[in-house]
Unconditional design. Structure first.
Length: 451
């Protein structure tokens, strides 16, 4: 016998071992042996019978627990076993809470304590109501987008016009109050309530040198789209070709795998953790850090194997499932791996460090032909826009042609440089933000190779 999650040995009794009994009760139960050394060898105790009389009342008075105590004998040496059952209500010792972590007893604090207490009471962080948040703070555009996405999995969802009724059907009410999940999913400004709920993207030259960065705010549906657009436009190189008027784009990493990783990060984040979803783009890799508390049933070493689905925020996950953005089969990480391998990239890695899940995508080494294609990407995109805008085109028309969604980054990363180069001009120069504004090719870039 050896010390484990549910077994611990002590040579003599000390009242501080009440922490261990508390930890057993808060975990999966266990047995504390008094009179055994660290290797489980009997050393005996002289006062075994006295302890059997004293300890039940002491444990009950200090912890509110009823335990079973057994007297054992080996090689004429007596020792006792204190057997503790798992409890469904949290147990504290001197106002502090303890759990077992392997063969160690650890004190819970911060987000770990919050999540432990919620779980004991059958709640999760995203399932808690927020009294101050009201229906007037719900973003109706996001609601409309959700309805369009969910029509296949939620019949007649598009016909539901009562906002409160819709949110109740989605389990986003706790009594008369909207839940935290509703804020993150559909609020106009969720950062007003949870300042840590934004995401970050950065371009890194090394582990310490950062070239540029972006902060992405808004609700989770908005963040998914915006993160992917910013990655495509600003941070990732793409191999682009045109077949007639059809644009073909191949990113450095598979789009679906990146999107799956982003969605997983936003859904499974531990929002009691002050860290946020961070995406670091390097020359040879892309790394996502996501503050998270892993499920005991799905440790990090099972991420590359079939495993059950254990969402940390099940209310949020349920809404994303209804929107068709995730599956309920625990296959997200496996899909990421398979997409990368099919793409010709190395297998991505999953690690857990500093209370965060770290996902690393590795770039494949490119040959000379691909290098030349990469260098021509910017010119190919530029030339396609100039050809498209020989007749005046609106912002929406150009964005639709390029397959993009977010105007601010489109304008700053694509339109503005073309205007500054004198290749593109505004049809209404004195009103750059006019809703009737269009863009027209001023002159063709002769240095570009058109399609």
């Amino acid at each position: 016998m050896k010390e484990t999650q549910t077994v611990e040995f002590k040579q003599t009794w000390k009242d501080e071992y009440l922490k261990t009994i508390c930890a057993f009760a808060n975990s999966d139960g266990g047995s504390l042996y008094i009179g055994l050394d660290d290797n489980g060898k009997a050393v005996g105790i002289d006062n075994a019978k006295a302890l059997i009389e004293i300890l039940p009342n002491k444990i009950n008075n200090k912890l509110g627990l009823l335990v079973d105590i057994f007297l054992h004998k080996k090689d004429n040496l007596e020792y006792i076993e204190i057997r503790v059952n798992k409890t469904y209500a949290p147990v504290s010792y001197n106002g502090k809470f303890y759990k077992r972590s392997g063969s160690n007893t650890v004190e819970l604090n911060g987000s770990n304590l919050t999540n432990f207490l919620l779980k004991k009471y059958g709640k999760t962080w995203d399932d808690i109501g927020v009294e101050e948040f009201g229906l007037d703070e719900i973003d109706l555009d996001t609601i409309g987008k959700f309805k369009r996405l969910a029509k296949d999995r939620v019949p007649n969802i598009e016909e539901e016009d009562d906002l409160e009724e819709l949110l109740r059907k989605l389990n986003l009410y706790d009594g008369k109050y909207l839940k935290r999940a509703a804020i993150l999913l559909f609020a106009k400004n969720p950062q007003k309530y949870f300042i840590q709920s934004h995401s970050k993207i950065g371009r890194f030259l090394s582990e310490t040198d950062i070239l540029t960065s972006d902060i992405i705010e808004g609700n989770l549906f908005h963040q998914v789209d915006k993160i992917m657009d910013i990655l495509r436009i600003k941070y990732l190189k793409a191999y682009i070709s045109f077949e007639g008027i059809h644009r073909r784009e191949k990113l450095e990493y598979p789009y679906n795998a990146l999107r799956e990783a982003v969605i997983n990060g936003l859904i499974h984040r531990d929002y009691t953790n002050t860290s946020n979803l961070q995406i670091k783009v390097y020359d040879d890799k892309l790394v996502m850090y996501n503050g998270a508390t892993l499920s005991e049933e799905v440790p990090i070493d099972k991420f590359d194997k079939p495993h059950q689905s254990k969402p940390f925020n099940p209310v949020i996950a349920s809404v994303f499932y209804k929107a068709g953005l995730i599956e309920n089969w625990g296959r997200g990480t496996i899909n990421i791996i398979n997409d990368c391998i099919t793409y010709g990239l190395p297998k991505p890695t999953f690690e857990y460090e500093w209370s965060a899940v770290k996902v690393t995508f590795y770039k494949a080494k490119i040959n000379s032909t691909e290098q030349a294609t990469e260098q021509a990407t910017e010119q190919a995109t530029e030339q396609a826009i100039l050809n498209f805008c020989k007749e005046p085109k609106s912002t929406n028309e150009i964005m639709q042609y390029l397959g993009l969604k977010h105007r601010e980054h489109f304008r700053s990363a694509i339109l503005k440089p073309l205007i500054e180069k004198g290749l593109l001009e505004l049809t209404i120069p004195d009103k750059p933000k006019s809703p009737k504004q269009k863009y027209k090719t001023k002159r063709i870039n002769k240095n570009s190779k058109g399609s």
